[in-house]
Design a protein around this ligand. Structure first.
Ligand code: AMP
Ligand code: ZN
Ligand code: FE
Ligand code: FE
Length: 281
C-alpha cells in the first residue's frame, strides 16, 4: 500500500493537470494520493473524478501558506470540508496576497534591469488559481533570463535575493485552528526544509502539538537522513504522526517522482482516525 500525502497540480505550481496527475499515480502503483495544492481546493473535483478510473484513493488536501516567527511555514490540511466558509475565506485572503505580490516582484526585477511583464507571468501561470514565485520563475525561464526554476529562486526570488517579496499569510496557530474547525487533520509540511528549521525547534514543535497539530512530514526530499531520524524521535515523544510525501510538482521540480516518499500504512490509519474524531466534534 503506497500512500503519497503531498503532491501539486497545475492548479497551483505543479505542471500536471489533475487528471494526468491521478492517472500517473495509478501507473506508479500508488493506492492513496493527497492533492495538496497551495492555498486552493480548485483541483479536487477533477482529481476526484479521475481517481475512480485510476484505482487511486484521493485525499482532498491543501498546503496552506502560514507565518510562524517571521518564517514561511507550510501546513498540510488533509480532508478539509471544502464548503467551510472560514477556511475558504482564509485561502482567498492568501491568494489575494499572492496576486498583489506579483507586480511588486516585477518592480524589484525592473530595478535590477530585468524587464518582465505581468502578461508574461500570466502566460506562465496558465491554469493556476494560486499564482506564486514558481510562475514568475517560469516566466524568467521563458524570457531567457535564467535556465530553470531553481536558478530563478537562487538568483532573484528566494529569501534574501534582490526580487524577494514576502506574501502575507495567517499565523500558523490560527491556520491550525481554522483547518481543524473545517474537519481537517493538520500536518506540518517539511518542517526542517528550507529556512524553517530555525523557527521549528523542539520547543516550538511541542507548542504546536499542544495547539492541535496532528502530524509532521518527516519523509520529505528536503530532509536528510539525520534530520529524519531526529524529527521522527521528536514526533514520537510528542505523539505526532510521522508522514511522508513526494511534494511532486511535475517538471516544476527536477528529480522528484510520484511516490518517491510515502506514509506508512499504520501512520495513514492514525491520520484517518484523527479525521474521524475531528469530523464528529
Ligand atoms: P510562493 O508560494 O510563491 O511563496 O513560492 C514558494 C514555492 O516555490 C514553494 O512552495 C515551492 O513549491 C517553490 N520553490 C521554493 N524554492 C524553490 C526552488 N529553489 N526551486 C524551485 N521551486 C522552489
Ligand atoms: Zn509548490
Ligand atoms: Fe511546501
Ligand atoms: Fe508542496
Amino acid at each position: 500500500m503506497l500512500v503519497d500525502l503531498h503532491v501539486h497540480s497545475a492548479l497551483s505550481d505543479g505542471t500536471d493537470q489533475p487528471e494526468a496527475l491521478v492517472a500517473a499515480a495509478g501507473r506508479a502503483g500508488l493506492s492513496v494520493l493527497a492533492l495538496a495544492d497551495h492555498d486552493t481546493t480548485a483541483g479536487w473535483a477533477r482529481a476526484e473524478r479521475a481517481a475512480t478510473s485510476a484505482g487511486v484513493r484521493l485525499v482532498p488536501a491543501i498546503e496552506v501558506s502560514t507565518t510562524w516567527r517571521g518564517a514561511d511555514v507550510h501546513l498540510l490540511a488533509l480532508w478539509p470540508d471544502g464548503q467551510d466558509a472560514a477556511l475558504q475565506q482564509l485561502l482567498a485572503t492568501v491568494r489575494a496576497s499572492r496576486d498583489e505580490r506579483v507586480p511588486r516582484i516585477l518592480a524589484r526585477l525592473r530595478e535590477h534591469g530585468v524587464m518582465l511583464s505581468t502578461s508574461e507571468v500570466a502566460q506562465a501561470a496558465g491554469s493556476t488559481r494560486s499564482v506564486g514565485r514558481p510562475h514568475v520563475a517560469d516566466a524568467l525561464v521563458a524570457a531567457g533570463v535564467v535556465a530553470d526554476r531553481d536558478q530563478a529562486f537562487h538568483t532573484w526570488l528566494g529569501e534574501g535575493r534582490p526580487a524577494h517579496v514576502a506574501k502575507a499569510a495567517p499565523d500558523l496557530p490560527d491556520a491550525v485552528r481554522v483547518v481543524r474547525a473545517a474537519g481537517a487533520v493538520p500536518v506540518l509540511a517539511h518542517p526542517w526544509g528550507r529556512g524553517s528549521r530555525a523557527v521549528l525547534d523542539p520547543a516550538a514543535l511541542a507548542e504546536l502539538a499542544a495547539a492541535g497539530v496532528v502530524g509532521v512530514e518527516v519523509d520529505h526530499v528536503d530532509h536528510d537522513p539525520g534530520a529524519r531520524r531526529v524529527l521522527a524521535g521528536l514526533a514520537g515523544e510528542l505523539g505526532l504522526v510521522v508522514t511522508g510525501g513526494s511534494d511532486y510538482h511535475g517538471t516544476g521540480k527536477a528529480g522528484v517522482a510520484l511516490g518517491q516518499e510515502v506514509t506508512r500504512p499504520d501512520a495513514f490509519a492514525a491520520l484517518e482516525e484523527a479525521h474521524d474524531a475531528l469530523r464528529r466534534r
